[in-house]
Write a protein of this length. Structure first.
Length: 394
């Protein structure tokens, strides 16, 4: 595969996750009313998907080391498309949660294989740059999703936001079937044997670089999921935004995220990873801290949330390429398993964060603000202290 084709495929695979989580968010309040559900129950359509997404990667990763990336991607994308159709046609909130959970399971194949493909094809430093390009594509998907979702929800209906994911899954499935060539150079037929799998997992979990980079990605994602889990209710119900206007808010955050990935790529080439992470940590802490400070000063306006969130998303765009590629880099012969564990850590944090925010929601922005401030601090400490130390073996 040519380098541009590889980046396109990475963008599609990584972009499926923000499409699946963000595109229907403008419709979440309307969906809640249509099913007669409580907000916490409706949020299970997001948090259950995220949990399934994280747990499924523990299986997809080792399986991809045995069967290859192509087989896993074809199976995962076919299942995702079927589950998306089931979600769009669900007759009850319980069935919607069930189909969204299955979507999360199948979506795990896309993300875990994307990270593994980067390690299959690139050395660590080049892998971080390739991942930043792929994650820029993810940012484009996140850019399109809320605007499209807001328009569909407002002018066609909330089910249209779910039906759009059927088309997205079908497109990715077609591209994989038509253009993707296997990247795994040496399959590991024994990778799923209990003794071998346990030994591989122990090696990965005992690596300090893996933990530092995985936790950096997870912490940054934790703040993002605080925003995703609560922001539709905050902006639409608390601040009185229309669904389209809320979509524009999410779109603006996607622009900042894309800018962060581009900034990361430039700094990796000119200043190195340590300086890139210093800047990313400052942006994470600055965004979360500013949002908390304005909230404590009783400044309850949309801009007091939006502007700090822009800073946070710039930092998120720096952290993700470094964290995701760095977690897998030490394991060229077990990239699938390492990618699976890193993805599980990230989504476990996202799930727990989403559940916490859902339980704390009180009609104000404070639960979301508190969560983003906490994770901004955590991301800064990891970026400034733990990732650099892990690179030197400490």
């Amino acid at each position: 595969m040519s380098p541009p084709l590889v980046i396109l495929i990475l963008s599609l695979l990584l972009g499926l996750q923000p499409l699946t989580t963000d595109l229907y968010l403008p419709a979440l309040p309307a969906l809640t009313v249509a099913y007669g559900a409580e907000p916490a129950r409706a949020q299970l359509t997001l948090t259950a998907l995220v949990l399934a997404f994280g747990v499924s990667q523990l299986l997809w990763g080792p399986v991809s080391d045995v069967l290859g990336r192509r087989t896993v991607l074809l199976a995962g994308m076919a299942g995702y498309t079927v589950a998306a159709a089931g979600a769009a046609l669900a007759a009850s909130i319980d069935m919607l949660v069930l189909w969204r959970t299955l979507q999360g399971v199948c979506m795990g194949a896309a993300t875990v294989c994307a990270r593994a493909v980067v390690r299959d094809l690139y050395a660590p430093e080049a892998g971080a740059r390739a991942m930043s390009k792929g994650l820029s594509g993810l940012g484009v998907a996140a850019f399109v999703a809320p605007l499209l979702g807001g328009g569909l929800a407002q002018y066609v209906g909330w089910r249209a936001t779910l039906m759009a994911l059927v088309a997205a899954g079908a497109v990715v499935l077609y591209v994989i079937a038509r253009h993707f060539e296997e990247t795994l150079h040496e399959r590991r037929p024994d990778a799923l044997r209990p003794a071998v799998l346990a030994r591989t997992m122990a090696q990965i979990l005992g690596n300090g670089r893996f933990w530092a980079c995985s936790l950096l990605s997870a912490a940054s994602t934790g703040g993002l999921f605080c925003f995703l889990a609560a922001s539709s209710f905050v902006f639409i119900r608390h601040f009185g935004f229309s669904m389209t206007a809320y979509g524009l808010v999410l779109l603006s955050l996607s622009v900042c995220y894309i800018g962060g990935t581009m900034l990361c790529r430039r700094m990796l080439m000119t200043a190195g990873m340590v300086r890139a992470l210093r800047l990313g940590g400052a942006l994470s802490l600055g965004g979360g801290g500013l949002m908390a400070g304005l909230a404590l000063a009783a400044i309850d306006t949309p801009w007091a949330v939006i502007v700090p969130a822009w800073l946070y998303m710039l930092g998120h765009g720096v952290h993700q390429p470094c964290g995701q590629s760095g977690a897998v880099a030490p394991f060229p012969k077990a990239a699938g398993a390492a990618s699976a564990l890193a993805g599980f850590v990230m989504m476990a944090v996202a799930f727990a964060t989403g559940r916490w925010v859902g339980a704390q929601m009180d009609g104000t922005a404070m639960p979301m603000v508190a969560g983003m401030a906490f994770w901004g601090l955590a991301a800064a400490l990891l970026a400034w202290v733990f990732v650099p130390r892990s690179d030197t073996g400490h």
